[in-house]
Ligand binder design. Structure first.
Ligand SMILES: NC(=O)c1ccc[n+]([C@@H]2O[C@H](COP(=O)([O-])OP(=O)(O)OC[C@H]3O[C@@H](n4cnc5c(N)ncnc54)[C@H](OP(=O)(O)O)[C@@H]3O)[C@@H](O)[C@H]2O)c1
Length: 231
């Protein structure tokens, strides 16, 4: 049986991003979505992974307005003004590794922790965007050390939380999702415009998978196409 109820209320975390804003756009015009709320680093209730306290503060501020049946976390970084993904072992440095762990793994894990209180205990779905390159089994090309490692850490945190939720939140689904290669700010330096799909297409496909998720899917790593990916 599908977990996402109809109607549902949705929260998009990282709604300033390319994929996040495309989710907002899709859900604003979706007939089953009664309301979609977006949060990001500069929203009314800011959420910034450089400041972990902001995660709990943001969740507490939102809790006054009722629960959500769908939460999608679309935050993430691959590059910054100071560094690009590592091509070789000699490029590995502590600063980049720590920054990506903080933003791609620690922040989203604390988000699962603090935002779980906002989920409808009857039926709800929480999706965190990961990346296929975070799959250890699927790693054939190498490179991108800190991004791969941070997404692999994120995947483990999601899997572990899903095992706990099976006991403590049996009506909730928690998954990691790969959006595919999408034309976005994040993919731009890597020929994202040429090889990436338009964000609206990616989000339409991801939502089609999300609305069909069942309890049995919780704790899995799912592609935008619905394919189950190896951890
Ligand atoms: N695009 C792809 O091809 C692709 C492929 C695989 C996986 N993904 C994953 O999909 C997700 C969305 O990526 P995207 O392509 O939409 O990237 P994007 O356009 O760069 O959006 C990234 C989002 O993350 C937010 N963010 C960055 N640093 C943050 C911080 N310190 N605290 C809180 N939020 C922060 C950004 O906020 P600001 O607007 O404030 O910067 C923005 O909302 C990421 O998890 C990414 O790893 C993307």
């Amino acid at each position: 049986m599908k977990t996402l109820p109809n109607p549902f209320r949705a929260l998009i975390i990282g709604s300033s991003g390319t994929i996040g804003s495309a989710f907002i756009q899709l859900l604003q015009s979706h007939p089953s979505c009664t309301e979609v709320v977006g949060v990001h680093r500069h929203s009314e209730y800011p959420l910034d992974y450089q400041n972990p306290d902001s995660i709990e503060n943001c969740a507490n501020s939102l809790s006054a307005n009722g629960s959500f049946q769908l939460i999608v976390n679309t935050t993430g970084v691959l590059h910054s003004n100071d560094w690009m993904p590592e091509k070789k072992l000699d490029d590995i440095n502590a600063e980049q590794l720590m920054a990506l762990m903080k933003i791609n793994a620690i922040g989203p894990a604390l988000t699962i922790r603090h935002f779980s209180q906002l989920m409808d205990p009857h039926n709800s779905v929480m999706v965190t965007l990961s990346a296929k390159v975070g799959s250890i089994e699927d790693n054939r090309l190498g490179g991108w050390y800190s991004y791969r490692a941070s997404k692999a850490a994120l995947n483990m945190l999601i899997k572990t939380a899903a095992i706990e939720w099976a006991r403590t939140k049996p009506n909730a689904v928690l998954i990691a999702m790969h959006p595919g290669t999408v034309n976005s700010r994040l993919s731009k330096p890597f020929r994202g415009e040429q090889i990436g799909r338009p964000p609206n297409d990616a989000v339409r496909d991801m939502f089609a998978v999300i609305e069909n998720l069942t309890k049995e899917d919780s704790g899995s790593f799912v592609s935008y196409s619905g394919e189950k990916l190896p951890w």
